[in-house]
Design a protein around this ligand. Structure first.
Ligand code: SF4
Length: 165
């Protein structure tokens, strides 16, 4: 897996102060995509152990308290990216107590494959669906178009609550 950018301190991609990773690779090709350079799986640089360790260390940094990790892109739920991200989110949940994980995807939750659901099991808040330019609404929070949904997963509960902002 490659990644395009990593923000160790970010206050716009989810609640609170966060670490945000923009992974490379997306096949949805939404019209009006805000980040077309993330479509290529070869964009950016390889995500390696050093990068994974930096994220863990940043999440545990007590000087700047982070609420959690955000996965964006590109698409974190593309099958190419899932194996690497699974390792990362498992580490976050075991080595970074009380940190939440937010993720954006162009896939629709109801269509998730078993592999995508494996990653979803570690995600606390999911924003799903392609960006639809015709449904763009700047008043929406955490999503760009009204077809997208924000789901909050309570730990231990398979059923998410849908959040409307
Ligand atoms: S899912 Fe996101 S990154 Fe992928 S094309 Fe759509 S807006 Fe762009």
């Amino acid at each position: 897996m490659n990644y395009l950018q990593y923000y160790p301190v970010d206050v716009v991609n989810g609640e609170g102060t966060r670490c945000t990773l923009f992974v490379s690779g997306c096949t949805h090709r939404c019209r009006g995509c805000y980040n077309q350079k993330s479509w290529s799986f070869n964009a950016g640089r390889a995500f390696d152990e050093t990068m994974a360790q930096q994220i863990i260390d940043d999440l545990n940094d007590t000087r700047i308290k982070r609420q959690g990790l955000t996965l964006s892109g590109g698409d974190p739920f593309h099958p190419h990216n899932i194996p690497t991200l699974l390792k990362l989110v498992k580490r976050v949940k075991t080595e970074c107590p009380n940190k939440d994980i937010w993720a954006w995807t162009g896939y629709v939750l109801g269509d998730f494959t078993p592999l995508q659901r494996e990653l979803l099991a570690y995600v606390d808040v999911l924003i799903d669906g392609k960006f639809e330019q015709d449904l763009y609404d700047p008043s929406l929070i955490w999503r760009g178009s009204s077809n997208q949904c924000v789901y909050r997963f309570d730990q231990g509960t398979a059923k998410p609550s849908v959040i409307s902002y």
